[in-house]
Write a protein that binds this ligand. Sequence first.
Ligand SMILES: Cc1cc2nc3c(=O)[nH]c(=O)nc-3n(C[C@H](O)[C@H](O)[C@H](O)COP(=O)(O)O)c2cc1C
Length: 181
Amino acid sequence: MKNILFIVGSLREGSFNKQMATAAEQALAGKATVSYLDWKDVPVFSQDLEVPTPAPVAAVREAIQAADAIWIFSPVYNFSIPGSVKNLLDWASRALDLSDTTGASALQDKVSTVSLVANGGHEQAAEVYRNLMPFIRTKFVDQITTSRVNDSAWVDGAFVPSEEVLADLNKQAEALLEALN
Ligand SMILES: Cc1cc2nc3c(=O)[nH]c(=O)nc-3n(C[C@H](O)[C@H](O)[C@H](O)COP(=O)(O)O)c2cc1C
């Protein structure tokens, strides 16, 4: 079975995107194994920090390299992608061997896809990912599932994806698996 690395782009404990990832796990059940990237300790990027590679960055790169694909579950911040996710992808996009900065990164040719949970700015954030993911040399599966946050979730914390969103997640999972064949 293929091994999909989930990257939840929110570190918030009750994250709706984390709950979306749980729903996507169901879409992959029996078809792929899922693990979650631990990226909370990745520092703010500085070229001065690149050598030696900080341990949390090395761990992130190893996890990405070990995966067949990555699936990002991202909030929308100010109608764009969260700076923290861009920071993570900036670290991951750097060459593994810095003697040739154009060389392969941990993301080289990695199949990738993105889902978005937010209430506004889905299209703007999707467009950022559509440009960014191929630029950092991933093989982007452009079957982006977008979801609004159900009103009650703001009260009780429980994100409930609609039937339509669940169907879209299934289609996205299929497209992702197909890209791995
Ligand atoms: C800096 C910041 C900017 C935000 N901008 C947007 C936005 O553009 N569109 C939106 O729908 N929600 C926006 N939000 C609200 C988030 O969608 C909300 O906090 C959501 O719960 C984040 O996802 P999470 O539940 O996975 O953490 C913003 C939140 C923050 C902290």
